[in-house]
Ligand binder design. Structure first.
Ligand code: ADE
Length: 253
């Protein structure tokens, strides 16, 4: 997959691609990541990329011609790529959108600055608009990196284990189970015995249960929009029975 970030600050974006999994994915040929400077596509001695808004008002707007030329050039490098405009007005980003984008041949992220980009670019050059949250950043670069990172790790082969992404938080609408590593005892707290048992059926059951508990405690909204497997329903009913028992025994001890 090609990942191209269009920005007036490529120096801000490029270092992120030089570390960890993304660097490895690039070196191993799973992705080709790059940043292109929109200013290189601006005209005139000063290569101006912004101008005053028609109708007045504060701030500046990114001019359409350099943006159009930069997008065209990126599309020549990656013909089938999807052009994604990073903006607080876009679709709220989540794991399902990351999955969807991971199937694209290429992604071209257009990062606006100032008061945004000329509307005619949004109408004719953009395939998708994505927001990384209901707040306003000074530009789209951080958003592009967030989305690129979440998407790249889903490309088959990029993560170490075959099914690492399968087990992610959100992959099945639940938060991921608790994780432990050595030492077995830390700050007088022991790793749960079941994880040392070597019994993988029991370990899977424990993991599913801690996933459900965490989701219930931390993100109950996720449970409301999800259906449950037979095994999950069994766990939930068991809690229900235990709680019922506690409530019935209220004050008796
Ligand atoms: N650019 C500015 N704010 C943004 C946001 N919340 N998401 C994506 N791009 C942005």
């Amino acid at each position: 997959m090609d990942v191209i970030v269009l920005t007036i600050f490529p120096e801000m974006v490029e270092p992120y691609f030089s570390y960890g999994m993304i660097r490895k994915a690039h070196e191993d040929g799973f992705i080709r990541v790059s940043a292109m400077n929109i200013r290189d596509y601006a005209q005139g001695k000063h290569r101006v990329t912004d101008d005053k808004p028609y109708g007045g008002g504060c701030g500046m707007v990114m001019k359409p011609e350099p943006l159009a030329a930069a997008i065209d050039s990126a599309l020549q490098k990656s013909p089938g790529a999807k052009v994604v405009h990073m903006t607080p007005q876009g679709r709220p980003f989540n794991q399902a959108i990351a999955q969807e984008l991971s199937l694209c041949d290429g992604l071209i992220f257009l990062c606006g600055r100032y008061e945004g980009i000329d509307e005619r670019i949004c109408q004719n050059y953009i395939d998708d608009e994505i927001s990384i949250g209901d707040y306003v950043l000074t530009g789209g670069e951080l958003g592009a990196l967030v989305v690129a990172d979440a998407v790249i790790r889903l490309i088959p082969g990029v993560l170490g284990g075959d099914d690492s992404a399968e087990k992610d938080s959100f992959a099945h609408g639940l938060l991921e189970h608790a994780q432990y590593t050595r030492p077995c005892e830390f700050d007088s707290m022991r790793v749960p015995d079941v994880l040392l048992s070597g019994n993988h059926a029991l370990i899977d059951k424990w993991r599913l249960e801690t996933s459900l508990i965490r989701t219930f405690l931390k993100r109950p909204d996720l449970l409301g929009i999800r259906s449950f497997s037979v095994e999950e329903k069994k766990i939930l009913k068991n809690w229900y029975l235990k709680l019922e028992h506690i409530i019935q025994g209220d004050g008796q001890k």
